[in-house]
Design a protein around this ligand. Structure first.
Ligand SMILES: Cc1cc2nc3c(=O)[nH]c(=O)nc-3n(C[C@H](O)[C@H](O)[C@H](O)COP(=O)(O)OP(=O)(O)OC[C@H]3O[C@@H](n4cnc5c(N)ncnc54)[C@H](O)[C@@H]3O)c2cc1C
Length: 385
């Protein structure tokens, strides 16, 4: 019987395990934590957004590299929905197009259903196994009982990125890869909150909705939340990619009234008492009014200057949040180190998948989708048993 050893029991590793098991392989899954898929469960805490319902070409355009797009094309968002149904997890499409397990199914139940499916397929789990080295023939683990060597015919690495180290995704594998001369892009914060030089602590917890966030490199329509250190939320996470172009401190800007032009706002502001126009004609919500109150008086009372700030309210940023707190990391194994089937060129019987590969995507289900797809991809082309 053919065998595969999979290291990393996150969604990418579990999907690889599932596919190899369906194809008749004997599958061992190793993880240095004492339980599987800890980050998968963390992802479930804020709404378990498993993928997105967008039409495929638009969906694929959310990923930053051709390589990951080709992989997702082989196991798409629709495939994820079918697969979830196959393991007993019906889904629904939320108002934003995001796909979730139907209400009432908790993240832990999704995982349990998946693990039960793997159990039926005889997938074996070995926990508290930390991969500390490997060569062309063997994997070397540190276990509770000391070092253990495992000979392999085929292996899959799915070590994850470098945030939420408590879940097991500590990024320590990067030093091992570095030692072996496998080229990596440094793991950096992605989908991260932003720290402000002077946070608006008095407004912490308030949401700014229906705004454009932008800088000279790009923009995003949506919403974000003010926190005691800065700002968080989907529009802010999306902007991460445009902030890497420059060093901190730097500015991003908010268009507080996207549906009105600068000129129209000046006209309205000139038509009456400023505070009343802001409230009754521009219909700005209290949090936006509170932001405008932070401007100096000369700006606040001048329709031209105030209109300019309404369309381009500046936020001075100090940096990303600490990497351990962010939703994902970008960077990872350089695509040049992999062949088209995700085998490491220097270790031709080892494949890599999941967040440890060098790709980036926004929140909205795209992250888990790429992990499912790349896990699936490791067994692609092997005939069903
Ligand atoms: C707060 C939060 C919310 C999120 N929400 C969403 C969401 O709603 N939708 C979405 O699409 N994505 C979301 N994500 C992202 C998503 O959870 C990750 O992208 C995904 O879990 C990555 O899967 P992975 O299998 O590649 O790696 P991981 O899930 O990180 O798993 C890697 C595994 O490898 C193990 N490992 C690491 N090194 C070793 C070693 N040396 N030896 C043995 N085992 C090792 C780890 O213990 C871990 O179990 C969220 C993430 C966070 C932190």
């Amino acid at each position: 019987m053919k065998s595969v050893h999979i290291v990393g029991a996150g969604p990418a590793g579990l999907m690889a395990a599932h596919q190899f098991a369906l194809k008749g392989y004997s599958v061992n899954v190793y993880d240095h934590k004492s339980a599987p898929a800890r980050k998968f469960l963390v992802a479930g805490q804020g709404g378990f957004n498993l993928t997105h319902s967008e039409e495929l070409e638009l969906f694929l355009s959310r990923y930053d590299s051709q390589e990951i797009q080709s992989i997702v094309r082989e196991f798409t968002n629709q495939d994820t929905v079918h697969w979830l149904h196959s393991i007993g997890v019906p889904t629904y499409v939320g108002s934003s197009g995001k796909i979730f397990p139907v209400k009432g199914i908790k993240p832990i139940e999704v995982l349990q259903k998946w693990l039960s499916t793997l159990e039926v397929l005889n997938v074996r789990f070995l926990f508290n196994y930390r991969l500390i080295d490997f060569d062309l023939k063997k994997l070397i683990f540190m276990t509770d009982n000391g070092m253990e060597e495992v000979l392999y015919q085929r292996a899959v690495f799915a070590f994850g990125g470098k945030s939420w180290a408590i879940t097991g995704s500590d990024g320590n594998w990067t030093s091992l890869f570095f030692k072996k001369g496998i080229k990596l892009k440094p793991l950096e914060a992605a989908n991260s909150g932003l720290e402000m030089l002077e946070p608006w602590q008095d407004l912490a917890g308030k949401a700014l909705k229906n705004v454009y966030v932008f800088n000279e490199f790009g923009s995003k329509y949506g919403e974000f939340i003010i926190t005691d250190y800065g700002i968080e939320g989907s529009a802010v996470y999306f902007m991460n990619r445009f902030l890497r172009e420059k060093s901190f401190p730097q500015y991003i800007y908010v268009d507080l009234k996207p549906n009105l032009t600068h000129e129209r706002i000046i006209d309205l502001l000139s038509s009456g008492k400023i505070s009343e126009v802001l409230k009754n004609k521009l219909h700005l919500e209290p949090v936006k009014l509170a932001l405008l109150k932070k401007l100096d008086k000369a700006t606040y009372i001048d329709p031209g200057l105030l209109a300019y700030k309404i369309k381009k309210f500046p936020i001075e940023l100090a940096g990303f949040r600490p990497i351990d707190e962010v939703i994902s990391t970008y960077g990872g194994v350089d695509w040049e180190e992999l062949n088209p089937k995700l085998f490491l060129k220097r270790y031709p019987a080892i494949q890599c998948c999941g967040e440890m590969l060098d790709w980036d995507a926004p929140t909205g289900g795209y992250l888990l989708q790429a992990c499912f797809s790349s896990g699936y991809y490791t067994a692609l082309g092997i005939p069903e048993s």
